[in-house]
Design a protein around this ligand. Structure first.
Ligand code: HEM
Length: 497
């Protein structure tokens, strides 16, 4: 029997269905549906249930907790855009980050989020990206040097491994203005620590019960040390930046990176606006976001370039044309000329966004899609499902970068619902790193296509993905063949290693 509720919305009285009216897979009394969902393969099951229960369904985590799953693009956008307000990020994220002592712009809500987000927006803007282009060339050339060596020895390369390291170097350079070189000790140490923190965050965010508050497993004891080690390293970066700002006071007016900008923020009594703890948390989230998400998406981009040789050739032609504007691609004009490269990255993000789902929560009792959803209900937005849905993007499970070049609906591939394209989320809490990510990914793809022909090392691989916070791709191994004689500078970088 359907239960009808009445609620005032915009002054009108509306009949609404309740959570109990949403279709749901059968579960068990105490654990609900969690027995089937407790694995890194759960994304397949959530997608499968869409086929059985429709574009809005619920499942149960434990005896009482309902989680609503949504694939409809309009409803997804309603949730994303009405933050802060009717919706928020899933509150478990805030609790887990805070408990680990790394609360930040990603996990926080309210005034603290607003203030942090202002600084983040300012520092991730185009002005700083433009200034960053020569540094980006430096890092990309180092990766090129590494792959030149692999080409020379005809080695099969685990590119995800290398991409994680360059992404970390790039984001550290952008945020701190320092070169950690992940192929050497310090970078590798930071990479390992971040990896361990990421795993714990993901495990705790998806755990049915917060067991670590009552029983500490060895892994929970270890992570305390891991976080302190990471925090100690970040404090060193903060100390270096403080010293630099004391030596060059003009940096307070014209900061050159995120760390300087946040250190320069003052409250009304002219004291530092943010504590070191707050600064460290916010820097840490940028490192986590900047390293893994970019490496994951670039891995799939390289997969696609190997899988479609005709696309690889088109990219090679495009980068040659862009280099006529500026040989090192160190101007935004040259980067902007990489239109097809942009389309390849967008198409990869559509099919393989770093997030399978975005985790939200109602921040008040809300009406959504005709249902009354009580405050505190968790909502999973299955964004990958929607981005591959034929109703939003024609031939949605096929890779067609050209669809991004058409002005409106693609004449060849049908539907092209840009509103459904949300690999970076949307609205005030959408990803502030979006343009920096495109810049970095395009620059790396351009380097690859200028210098190498790439192919799968041992034929098309069977790729798998692990769902933690992000979707980590596994199984890609690539062989590089030189297209260009190696330049002198690159050779020097190779022999210096
Ligand atoms: C391919 C690369 C990336 C992808 C796919 C990605 C994706 C996302 C997504 C889906 C969100 C949640 C958005 C929402 O709730 O609407 C997000 C948030 C965020 N991202 Fe990214 N991201 C990427 C790179 C970066 C980079 C490079 C940075 C920083 C340098 C960054 C910093 C952040 C921050 C700080 C937030 C939290 C924003 C807030 O809550 O206000 N991301 N990202």
């Amino acid at each position: 029997m359907k239960m009808q509720m009445k609620m005032k919305s915009n002054g009108h009285v509306t009949d609404l269905k309740t959570l109990n009216d949403l279709p749901t897979p059968p579960g068990f009394p105490l654990v609900g549906n969690m027995l089937r969902l407790d694995s890194s393969e759960r994304h397949h099951l959530l997608d499968e249930w869409v086929g059985e229960y429709g574009s809005m369904y619920r499942f149960r985590q434990g005896p009482k907790k309902n989680i609503v799953v949504i694939t409809d693009a309009d409803l997804q956008n309603e949730v994303l855009l009405e933050r802060p307000g009717r919706f928020r990020r899933m509150s478990t994220i805030e609790t887990v980050f805070d408990e680990m002592g790394i609360g930040c712009v990603f996990s926080a809500e309210g005034d603290y989020w607003r203030a942090q987000r202002k600084v983040v927006n300012q520092m991730l803007g185009l002005k700083y990206q433009r200034l960053f282009l020569p540094t980006l060339t430096h890092h990309v050339t180092r990766l090129q040097a590494h792959w030149e060596k692999a080409a020379e020895q005809n080695l099969a390369v685990d590119v995800h491994h290398d991409l994680l390291r360059i992404s970390l170097d790039v984001i550290v350079a952008f945020i701190f203005g320092q070169d950690i070189n992940s192929r050497q000790n310090r970078g590798e140490e930071i990479h390992q620590l971040l990896g361990d923190i990421f795993v714990t965050l993901s495990r705790r965010i998806h755990s049915i019960t917060p067991y670590w508050r009552y029983v500490k497993l060895p892994v929970d004891r270890e992570v305390v040390g891991t976080v302190s080690q990471m925090v100690a390293i970040l404090h060193e970066f903060v100390a270096v930046a403080r010293q630099r700002m004391s030596d060059q006071p003009e940096l307070a007016e014209k900061p050159t990176n995120y760390l300087e900008a946040i250190l320069a923020e003052k409250d009304e009594t002219d004291r530092p606006k943010y504590s070191d703890k707050e600064i460290v948390g916010n820097v840490l989230i940028m490192l986590l976001a900047g390293e893994d998400a970019i490496a994951d998406v670039l891995t799939w981009t390289m997969y696609n370039i190997c899988a479609y040789p005709e696309i690889q050739q088109k990219l090679q032609e495009e980068v040659a044309a862009a280099q006529e504007i500026e040989p090192n691609l160190e101007t935004m004009e040259a980067i902007d000329a990489l239109k097809f490269t942009d389309a390849v990255v967008s198409e990869t993000l559509r099919m393989h966004p770093a997030d399978h789902a975005l985790f939200m929560e109602t921040d008040e009792d809300v009406e959504l899609g005709g249902y009354l959803i009580p405050k505190g209900t968790v909502i999973f937005l299955l964004i990958r499902f929607s981005m591959q849905d034929d109703d939003n993007f024609g031939l949605g499970t096929e890779f067609h970068p050209e669809r991004w070049l058409a002005a409106r609906n693609c004449p060849f591939h049908g539907a092209h619902n840009r509103k459904a394209f949300v690999p970076f989320g949307n609205g005030p809490r959408g990803c502030p790193g979006r343009t920096l990510s495109y810049l970095e990914m395009k620059r790396i793809v351009a380097m690859i296509c200028h210098n190498f022909d790439i192919q799968f090392a041992d034929g098309p691989p069977t790729m798998t993905e692990e769902w933690g916070i992000l979707m980590t791709p596994r199984g890609l191994s690539v062989r590089f063949t030189r297209r260009q004689p190696v330049e002198e500078g690159v050779l020097a970088a190779v022999s210096a290693k």
